[in-house]
Design a protein around this ligand. Structure first.
Ligand code: ASP
Length: 420
């Protein structure tokens, strides 16, 4: 076993893309663990199923689930899988399990039902692609990631139980075989399905790689590699061809959207190189993330994260904000799932820019207001500039109001807000 591959939703979005995946996989003459996301935007649609499930709108959730199933059936038809031994039974069992689950009279709690429902995206995609590859002579064994990736009880953004996961993987999987499995999903010690947070399949690939000590992870993407800026905002982007684990962790933490922020750390710990390559331009080498970082400082990066929230917290009696307050405030952040991207404090106030699930915002606000005075701004934008010789706000953002500015030797960060 030498490599883990990860293919995201866009790389398997239709039969042609799945054919392309087959071409890529067959050009490697070695055993692989192939980790795959849900096809195209299936997870978004399953989230809608879940929202209707929560509102007891069974008709609506069944209607959307039926659309999702039909979409997959059309792909099955195109890939001519209907006569593949055993496939239809497995697919039908899964399909019925989803419909029965959303139609059941007793509903499960929010987090558990979320993970259970969205997991069908990855279960459908991997069953289809594994069967297709086997039919085309690319031998692989479909495995259920929930039997291997063990997580904390929290179901939607779960922490990994690393030792148990490694034990499960190494006691059952052989290095002399190829496997195909789901990204994004795992299970807790009670056996309930859990998920690793949206876009979590990269992280799943890293977890398998870490557990099995493979020699490389390749994430196949629709971009040419890790870019120094998001092409959505900037015209002239450059590929970071060789960067260090450390720089990649910084960039993904700061918001570079190409890799999921948790992915790099386990790979760095085991010194397993990560390559990000285009599944479209297969001849391109992409970006390599390893111990050596030739491009770490030579290419400036600009990262723009819109739609953040800025909180300014001060004590109600104008006393200083001390360490105990900060630890109390952080425990509220951690309970409500606020992800902190930037912090700043003065004697009387503590400011934080970050992101939180819309459903948790009100809970966060009221918990803070129980003890502190809070001012907050929604829809602020976080701009980070790294390794620029000439550190200044790019033209594109110059008309925004600067709410916070922070500067270190290598990084300049702004919290910005559109002027009214
Ligand atoms: N399918 C999941 C999502 O869309 C996980 C992933 O694609 O990484 O977020």
């Amino acid at each position: 076993m030498s490599k883990v591959f990860k293919f995201g939703g866009a790389s398997v979005k239709n039969p042609k893309a799945i054919y392309n995946l087959k071409e890529i996989v067959s050009s490697y003459n070695e055993n692989l663990v192939i980790v795959i996301s849900a096809i195209d935007k299936t997870t978004n649609k399953l989230e809608l199923v879940w929202k209707n499930y929560l509102k007891n709108e069974t008709l609506k959730s069944t209607e959307i689930a039926t659309e999702i199933i039909k979409f997959h059936e059309a792909i099955i038809e195109d890939l001519e899988l209907k006569n593949t031994v055993g496939f239809l039974k497995l697919f039908n069992d899964l399909r019925l399990e989803l419909v029965d689950y959303i139609g059941a009279k007793t509903k499960q709690e929010n987090n558990i039902s979320y993970s259970k429902i969205v997991s069908f995206g990855e279960l459908f995609s991997t069953l289809i692609i594994s069967s297709y590859l086997n039919k085309e002579g690319i031998e692989n064994q479909w495995i259920d990631a929930r039997e291997f990736i063990k997580t904390s009880k929290n179901a939607t953004d779960s922490r990994i139980n690393w030792e148990e996961t490694k034990r499960k993987i190494n006691s059952s999987l052989s290095k002399d075989k190829s496997y195909l499995t789901q990204g994004f999903i795992g299970s807790n010690l009670d056996g309930e399905t859990t998920t690793l947070g949206r876009e979590g399949s990269d992280f799943s690939a890293a977890i398998f790689a870490w557990s099995m000590d493979v020699e490389e992870v390749i994430i196949w993407k629709d971009v040419d590699g890790l870019l120094n800026a998001d092409p959505k905002w900037f015209d002239k982007t450059q590929i970071l061809k060789k960067i260090s684990f450390k720089e990649a962790i910084e960039l993904s933490y700061l918001g570079a959207s190409v890799i999921h922020p948790n992915t790099v750390k386990p790979l760095k710990n085991k010194n397993i190189p990560l390559t990000i390559r285009s599944f479209i331009k297969k001849e391109h080498k992409g970006s390599s993330i390893s111990k050596v970082g030739k491009d770490d400082k030579s290419i400036p990066s600009v990262i723009y994260k819109p739609n953040q929230i800025l909180l300014s917290i001060s004590s109600k009696d104008y006393s200083f904000i001390f360490e105990e307050h900060i630890s109390d405030i952080f425990s509220i952040f951690s309970k409500t799932g606020l992800k902190v991207h930037l912090m700043q404090n003065s004697a009387l106030s503590f400011s934080v820019c970050g992101i939180i699930a819309p459903s948790e915002l009100q809970v966060l606000i009221s918990k803070i207001q129980e003890k502190y005075t809070l001012k907050y701004n929604e829809k602020v934008n976080l701009l980070t500039i790294r390794h620029f010789k000439n550190l200044d706000i790019p033209e594109l953002f110059k008309n925004q109001e600067v709410l916070i500015q922070q500067r270190s030797r290598s990084t300049l960060r702004y919290v910005l807000k559109e002027k009214k």
